[in-house]
Design a protein around this ligand. Structure first.
Ligand SMILES: Cc1cc2nc3c(=O)[nH]c(=O)nc-3n(C[C@H](O)[C@H](O)[C@H](O)COP(=O)(O)OP(=O)(O)OC[C@H]3O[C@@H](n4cnc5c(N)ncnc54)[C@H](O)[C@@H]3O)c2cc1C
Ligand code: FES
Length: 256
């Protein structure tokens, strides 16, 4: 049974246009891996459903978890008003997270928009690999986590309007560097349309690709089936729960 933890908000600040970074801590700090998520209860009785966020990064010594979130609807607006020192309830770590085979020595990390929030925790979990981070944003004002990823990896940036890095899609930028970097695996998080374009760019190229799927979620622990997603198995198509069997899946198994 997953334990509901009390987390203390250490900081909660706006770091880019409509994007906040929240650092929380708990004494009873669990083990976790990159790609898992935290399900946070809002401090509002009118909003009983928790909201899921990637564990963007964590620090076992400091007992902290960092999340980076966009203010989209009422829930994230309420979260953005939470002040340092407040206490919230949260279930974490949830989901499978990534599972890096020892043979994956050079890894390309790919993030689109707030999908980049999955990436920093990966080198934190597996610091002994070589990382190249490909970050795609709509525009410079939406760019986040660059300093963090710059400390842990070589970074390449693309924006839709060219206001930061190269103009264009991050998936094309990745494709243009594949021969140079020769990654053993590609780990990716972003909107589904990005996965479709990644699949097109990688057609005929045999590199394992793992993607993190964002689904609407209810319970976050496997009970409500709201987060079902269709995957291909040897026995035919099957529905799996993104919150338990995912959110990370091999891209070739996911029906996009
Ligand atoms: C495993 C997982 C990890 C996530 N990690 C992050 C993260 O690191 N940073 C971040 O900003 N967001 C993340 N999300 C999305 C985040 O949970 C939603 O943006 C948030 O719950 C919206 O709450 P709200 O009450 O503000 O918006 P609502 O009022 O519920 O909805 C506002 C808008 O957001 C969209 N939305 C709501 N929930 C989701 C969802 N699960 N996926 C996609 N769109 C959604 C709605 O369709 C609507 O357009 C993650 C979602 C999942 C499932
Ligand atoms: S969110 Fe309830 S089963 Fe996944």
């Amino acid at each position: 049974m997953m334990k509901d933890r009390i987390i203390e908000v250490i900081s909660n600040v706006c770091i880019a246009s409509e994007i906040f970074e929240m650092v929380v801590s708990t004494d009873d700090f669990p083990d976790m891996v990159g790609g898992q998520f935290i399900h946070i209860a809002l401090p509002s009785e009118a909003h009983p459903l928790r909201r899921p966020f990637c564990i963007a990064d964590y620090d076992t010594a400091e007992k902290t978890v960092t999340i980076v979130y966009a203010v989209l609807g009422e829930g994230t607006k309420i979260l953005s008003k939470v002040t340092a020192g407040s206490q919230l309830k949260a279930l974490f770590p949830l989901g499978n997270g990534f599972d890096l085979d020892e043979s994956f020595k050079t890894i390309a990390l790919v993030g689109g928009g707030l999908g980049v929030a999955v990436l920093p925790a990966i080198p934190t979990t597996w610091p002994d690999r070589e990382y190249h981070s490909f970050l795609g944003f709509a525009q410079a004002s939406k760019a986040v986590l660059i300093d963090n990823l710059n400390r842990k990896s070589k970074i390449y940036i693309a924006t839709d309007d060219g206001s930061l890095g190269e103009k264009g899609f991050v998936t094309s930028l990745l494709a243009s560097k594949l021969n140079e970097i020769k990654p053993d695996a590609i780990l990716c998080c972003g909107p589904e349309i990005m996965y479709k374009s990644l699949a097109r760019e990688l057609e005929g190229i045999d590199i394992p690709v793992f993607i993190s799927l964002e689904r609407r979620m209810g319970c976050g622990v496997g009970a409500c089936l709201v987060c079902n997603c269709k995957v291909k198995t040897a026995k035919g198509d099957k529905y799996l729960r993104a919150c338990v069997e995912g959110p990370v899946f091999p891209m070739r198994e996911v029906i996009l």
